[in-house]
Structures are given as structure tokens and as C-alpha cells.
Ligand binder design. Structure first.
Ligand code: R5P
Length: 288
């Protein structure tokens, strides 16, 4: 078994390697003057079971391309099995056409990864579970929820209501609620007028006087979760926690998340978070 890391989240890859009691394999990564990427695996992997860790986080196109080049390099080096370990699957939200003449980019990414030569994919908390079906190779879909739930349980919060920030996240929130002693569920009615602009309208369910835990797969610009928190406060929630696996944190997420709306914002390390983007309410848990 050999483990290699792309450049997107070296820290997570190192933690995984430590957990497995092995070293990351040697690999050269370079960028040419014109912006093209170069990868060379620096040991024989002939006949090996190779795992390549690379979340396709920002800059998403570079990291995705680097993963494809790594897969291609391993295939041409006669690896026996190549598993692309993608802690955060970029482009996952483009999983269907919502208007004419659009791409289904999540499927395009699946085609590219498969065509490059991956035999298996492992990804965490896909935006929609159906993306597994975009691949005709084995796909392991794993969850950050055990790590997030362990932390929430350790806090011994009382009078909890688990809140889905939109209708699409209800199944995820319900699974959380079940593990939190069958806590009640509330749902926020969210509309998107434009890409990256979230407008929340109503809360379905009772949140007054309760500790609300907003659960989402990702926090990108923070609009969904911050608008949700604002509404929950207006509806009388006494405390608001936000909980998400993927901390995409595109601007202005940090401003929105650190503006006093949340007791804590709990995320995992599938995507690296720069020191400068950390704030006192932020809790980062490891999924290594
Ligand atoms: C949407 O369906 C997702 O689950 C997230 O709620 C959304 O992508 C978060 O984006 P933002 O933080 O920019 O509102």
C-alpha cells in the first residue's frame, strides 16, 4: 500500500499517514513558467495499491488537474490499483441542469477521474449522494458526522433542535437529530435568487428558547448558514451552533461567521483553513 498527497491539504495527508503508521510517498510537484503542472512519483509503484489524497478545494481547477495528473502518472507506472481519496469533491453542486445549456460539471469531473485511470474513489460528504452513481467504479462515500457528533455530544447541550438550512439538507439533519437522542427537527425555507446569494424566508418547526444546531455539508460564502442563524435568533432560539464538514470559506464567509451570530462554528479539516481565517468561535475537528 502506498500513500501520496497532492498539494491541496498536505497537513491532512500527513495526519492520515501518521494514523496508518506510514510515510507519504515521495513525489515531485512543480509548476512551469506558463502555469502548467508537473508531477513525478519518485519510487517504483509497480503492482502497488496506491492511494492519492487530494481535496478539490480552492483553487479548485489546479487541485483537480493535479489529481488527474497524479492518477495518470500512477497508471502509467503500472500501479495495480489507484484510489483517488477526495475529502472534498469540488463542483459537486453542479450535479444537474437547472437551466438550459448548462454543464453537469460534477459528472464531467467523474468522467475525468475515471478516464485518467482511477479504479476506486473515496470521498467525504458529497453535496448529493447520487454523485456516487456518476462513477462506474467502486465508490466509498464516508461521512464527517461521527467526528462532528462526538464533539456535539461531548458538549452536553440541552433542549436541542437540529436545523436543516434548506430542504435539500433534511435527510442529513434528520440523521444528526436521530443520533442526538432523537432531537426535534426544524427546516429553513431557503431560496436562491442568484448563484452564491441565499435568501431565507421561514422556519418550519419550533426553535423558541432552544439550542439550535444548523447542519450543512459545506459552508462556502457563509450566506446560507449566517442568514439561517439570523432567522433562528429572530424566532427566539437561545443559542445557535453551526456544523458542517467542509469549510470552503470563500469571502466574505469569515466576516459573516464571526459576527456574533454563533456560539460555535464547527467544521472539519477536509479543506485547509489558513491561520488568518480562524476566529474565536471556530472549532476545527480532524477527519484524518
Ligand atoms: C447548498 O445546497 C449547500 O448545502 C450549502 O448550503 C451551500 O452551498 C452553502 O453555500 P453558502 O455558504 O455560499 O451559502
Amino acid at each position: 500500500l502506498r500513500l501520496f498527497s497532492g498539494s491541496a491539504n498536505l497537513h491532512l495527508s500527513q495526519e492520515v499517514a501518521r494514523y496508518l503508521g506510514m510515510d507519504l510517498g515521495p513525489m515531485i510537484r512543480k509548476r512551469f513558467a506558463d502555469g502548467e503542472l508537473y508531477v513525478q512519483i519518485q519510487e517504483s509503484i509497480r503492482g502497488c495499491d496506491v492511494y492519492l489524497i487530494q481535496p478539490s478545494c480552492q483553487p479548485v481547477n489546479d487541485h483537480l488537474m493535479e489529481l488527474l495528473i497524479m492518477v495518470d502518472a500512477c497508471r502509467r507506472a503500472s500501479a495495480r490499483q489507484i484510489t483517488a481519496v477526495i475529502p472534498y469533491y469540488g463542483y459537486a453542486r453542479a450535479d444537474r441542469k437547472t437551466a438550459g445549456r448548462e454543464s453537469i460539471t460534477a459528472k464531467l469531473v467523474a468522467n475525468l477521474i475515471t478516464k485518467a485511470g482511477a479504479n476506486r474513489v473515496l470521498a467525504m460528504d458529497l453535496h448529493s449522494a447520487q454523485i456516487q452513481g456518476y462513477f462506474d467504479i467502486p465508490f466509498d462515500h464516508v461521512y464527517g458526522s461521527p467526528v462532528l457528533l462526538d464533539y456535539l455530544v461531548s458538549k452536553q447541550l440541552s433542549d436541542i433542535v437540529v436545523v436543516s438550512p434548506d430542504v435539500g439538507g433534511v435527510a442529513r439533519a434528520r440523521a444528526f437529530a436521530k443520533k442526538l437522542d432523537d432531537a426535534p427537527l426544524a427546516i429553513i425555507d431557503k431560496r436562491r435568487q442568484a448563484h452564491n446569494v441565499a435568501e431565507v424566508l421561514n422556519v418550519i418547526g419550533d426553535v423558541e428558547g432552544k439550542t439550535a444546531i444548523l447542519v450543512d455539508d459545506m459552508i462556502d460564502t457563509g450566506g446560507t448558514i449566517a442568514e439561517g442563524a439570523r432567522l433562528l435568533r429572530e424566532e427566539g432560539a437561545s443559542q445557535v451552533y453551526a456544523c458542517a464538514t467542509h469549510a470552503v470559506f470563500s469571502p466574505p464567509a469569515i466576516e459573516r461567521l464571526s459576527s456574533g451570530l454563533f456560539e460555535e462554528v464547527i467544521v472539519t479539516n477536509t479543506i485547509p483553513i489558513a491561520e488568518t481565517s480562524r476566529f474565536p468561535q471556530l472549532v476545527v475537528l480532524s477527519v484524518a
